[in-house]
Every structure is written in structure tokens, then in C-alpha cells.
Design a protein around this ligand. Structure first.
Ligand SMILES: NC(=O)c1ccc[n+]([C@@H]2O[C@H](COP(=O)([O-])OP(=O)(O)OC[C@H]3O[C@@H](n4cnc5c(N)ncnc54)[C@H](O)[C@@H]3O)[C@@H](O)[C@H]2O)c1
Length: 382
């Protein structure tokens, strides 16, 4: 049984409002960034700061939250001094520990009140940390999840799970607040864009395991789970306000402060990701309102050749000799779940069909019997 096409009215792809896989060779329009109010968590350093520099140049208003106040204030001063940034642009920093619900509520409230339209256009959940130490490291300062203390008894504290707190709980708080604030309409008098976007910063560790970064890998896999769930439902938050798009970015290693020295050492001789590619992929996702529910992996450029797949038709496949060869045959950005809904659709469709069939066979008698049982007799499995 062939997977239903996008033209099929029963297609799950259409039901979840998923756009086609992203073709990163196509240009996109950055003029949509002008006047957008964008909130970035973890924006004082690394990728978040790089996004802020780029989007400030394109006329966006930026509200940056982070725990590194020195870097946050320095970044704001730097952005304000850029000749391409106008005095009318809102560029601001506020202390925000993403693991604190009240900090995040305050950050979103500040962003809305500072925004010229009193509303948010885009949110980037970027704050993140990694585990310190490496698998050879048994020093007390190492916080690796898979290096428990030599003795554990009732007085031993639980593992701190700080990475999960920042990378998962923090991102869940950000997403929850984004779902609340993004659909709010701007003040009637303001000229506003209808696009609303939540960008989750996951990682290559959301797709494959990073040995020695167990907690980090778990947190980023969870962020991808969050992305896959939200992309199918976020747009249903409201029927009257702008729909929310949810996309994810999965960078491979980029040389920022989050990378422990051991990671840089392990990568010796291997490829690293161009920061410019990460900025470009994130900007495409934020700027192009037509991209809905997609995840982009950004890695070292590899050589690609055109091929054909029986089911998918023309495809680009990776060949050896990574990061050599002509520029136009090299690709660093990939749509991660290019065809997952089409691929799993047959299963989903059959499964739902089977569940509906059970319902039909049981009929009203079965419905009433199940209801009475649930209300009066159910005790739950013990
Ligand atoms: N650099 C890479 O190789 C790479 C690869 C894949 C994914 N990522 C992800 O990109 C995101 C940004 O990382 P980066 O590479 O820019 O590293 P970074 O360390 O430069 O930036 C992370 C930022 O998060 C902030 N932060 C940490 N804990 C926080 C908290 N509790 N509340 C608020 N802010 C907090 C830090 O102060 C810092 O400014 C992270 O989610 C990271 O997991 C990075």
C-alpha cells in the first residue's frame, strides 16, 4: 500500500500543517525580519549571540535573556553601536535563569511590554549547557551522569541533573510561554506581521548519542520529542490569531564555549560546522513563514551527488571525500525528517483504521458498558 500523497485530503501531512522538506539551495527573503520582535534565551554567547548580531543587522527587535549578565550587557552595547542598527530598534538584555519559571515569566512580560507592537513574533529557545568532565575524569568537579560516586547510601544526594533542568525543563518553560504569548495579537494600531514562530535549538545529540554526554544526549533527544509533538499541535492553539510555526535546529559541533575541551580534542582532524551555516539555517527558519514543522541539521559540508530513490524520486546522497570538491557540490544543511510523516503515515492510517473498526464493532452497547465500567468499577491495575 503506497503512502498517501500530500494531495490526499486525509493526508496526515496536511492535517498537521507540515510544509514540504526545506530546499536550502533556494534563496529566502530576509526583509521579513524587519520589525520582528524576537526573544532569545541563552542569547548572551555563542549561537544565540551570533543570531542576535545577524538579526539586529536585519532590523529585528531583540530581547535577550541569559544568566551571564556581563556578556549579555556587552552584547547589547555592541549591537547598539552597530551602524546598521537604528536607534528605534529595541535591543535589550534581562537576567533570566531558564530553570526559574518566574524569571522566564518576567522575561516574556518584559519582551511584550518593550515590543513596539506589544507582541512577540518569534521565540528562540537557545539556552543550554553540557556536562563537564570526560569519561576518564574521576575528579569531584566532573558532573558526568555516568560517573556515580564510589559509594551511595541514603545520605548521598541525587544526581544534580542540572543539564536536564536547563536543556529540557528550561526549554519546556520557554515553549509553554511561547505558546501563550505568540498568538496574542499586536495592538490594533500597529502594522503587524501574521507570522509567529518558535525555534527550538536541539543538537546532533538529539539525533544520535554523544558518548560521554549522556544527560546532554537525553535532554536533546527530549527536545526533539518536544519538537515532534508540538509541530503537529502548536498551530491549533488558536483559530482566530496567527498560527504558530514550530521548527528545530540541530547543529553538529560549532566552536562555542559550550564545547568542553575534551570534545574539541575528540574532534581533532574531523570536520566542524561553519557558524555561518548555522546562522543561515536559523535565519531561514525564522524568516520564511512557509517553513512549518521542519528540523534542520547543520554539519560540516559534505560532498553530495544526485541519485534516485525508488519511492522518493530524485534525492541527494552523501559521498565520501567530505569537505573537498567543488563548492556547489557541498552541502552542510539537511532537513532531518524530510519524509517521516509520509513514511509513517501508512502505519498511522492503518492503526487509526483498526481502532475505529473496534469502535464500530463494539457499537453503542460497548460504549455504554465501557463508560459504566470506567465510572463505577474500574480500580486500575495494581
Ligand atoms: N556549539 C555547539 O557545538 C552546539 C551544537 C549543538 C547544539 N548546541 C546548542 O546550542 C545552544 C547554544 O549553545 P552555544 O553553542 O551557543 O553555547 P554557549 O555556551 O556559547 O551559549 C549558551 C548560553 O546559554 C546560557 N545559559 C546557560 N545556562 C543558562 C540558564 N540556566 N538560563 C539562561 N541561560 C543560560 C549561557 O550563559 C550561554 O550564554 C545550546 O542549547 C546548545 O546545546 C550547540
Amino acid at each position: 500500500m503506497a503512502a498517501p500523497s500530500r494531495d490526499d485530503p486525509w493526508s496526515v501531512v496536511n492535517m498537521v500543517d507540515l510544509s514540504p522538506p526545506v530546499d536550502c539551495s533556494k534563496p529566502y527573503d530576509t526583509s521579513t525580519l524587519v520589525g520582528k520582535t524576537i526573544l532569545i534565551t541563552g542569547g548572551a554567547s555563542g549561537l544565540g549571540a551570533a543570531f542576535a548580531r545577524h538579526w539586529a543587522k536585519h532590523g529585528s527587535h531583540l530581547i535577550i535573556g541569559d544568566v551571564n549578565d556581563r556578556l549579555g550587557e556587552e552584547l547589547v552595547a555592541e549591537l547598539r553601536s552597530m551602524p546598521s542598527v537604528s536607534p528605534e530598534q529595541v535591543i535589550t538584555y534581562q537576567h533570566c535563569d531558564v530553570t526559574s519559571w518566574t524569571d522566564q515569566v518576567a522575561l516574556f512580560q518584559a519582551a511584550v511590554s518593550l515590543s513596539p507592537t506589544r507582541s512577540l513574533d518569534a521565540v528562540v529557545a537557545g539556552a543550554g549547557i553540557s556536562e563537564s568532565g570526560n569519561l576518564m575524569d574521576s575528579s569531584p568537579s566532573a558532573t558526568l551522569f555516568d560517573r556515580p560516586p564510589a559509594t551511595i547510601d541514603a545520605s548521598t544526594p541525587p544526581p544534580p541533573l542540572r543539564v536536564l533542568a536547563v536543556n529540557l525543563t528550561g526549554v519546556m518553560y520557554t515553549s509553554h510561554l511561547a505558546l501563550h504569548h505568540l498568538p496574542r495579537r499586536p495592538e490594533p494600531s500597529s502594522s503587524h506581521q501574521e507570522d509567529r514562530h518558535l525555534l527550538l535549538i536541539a543538537s546532533i545529540a538529539g539525533l544520535i548519542p554523544l558518548p560521554g554526554q549522556t544527560e546532554y544526549t537525553a535532554s536533546k533527544h527530549a527536545v526533539m520529542g518536544l519538537f515532534r509533538a508540538l509541530r503537529g499541535t502548536a498551530w491549533t492553539t488558536t483559530t482566530t490569531a496567527p498560527r504558530i510555526r514550530v521548527n528545530a535546529l540541530c547543529p553538529y559541533f560549532v566552536d562555542t564555549p559550550i564545547l568542553p575541551r575534551s570534545a574539541i580534542a575528540v574532534l581533532a582532524g574531523a570536520g566542524q560546522t561553519d557558524l555561518a551555516d548555522v546562522i543561515d539555517a536559523a535565519t531561514r527558519l525564522v524568516a520564511d513563514a512557509g517553513i512549518r514543522g521542519r528540523a534542520l541539521l547543520v554539519g560540516p559540508k559534505v560532498r553530495v551527488v544526485d541519485g534516485t530513490d525508488e519511492a522518493l524520486g530524485p534525492v541527494r546522497v552523501v559521498e565520501g571525500e567530505a569537505w573537498r570538491g567543488e563548492e556547489e557540490r557541498r552541502q552542510g544543511v539537511w532537513d532531518v525528517y524530510g519524509h517521516d510523516y509520509e513514511r509513517v503515515e501508512t502505519f498511522v492510517w492503518r492503526y487509526l483504521w483498526a481502532l475505529n473498526m473496534i469502535r464500530t464493532v463494539k457499537g453503542w452497547t460497548g460504549f455504554v458498558r465501557d463508560l459504566v465500567w470506567a465510572c463505577f468499577y474500574r480500580r486500575g491495575t495494581r
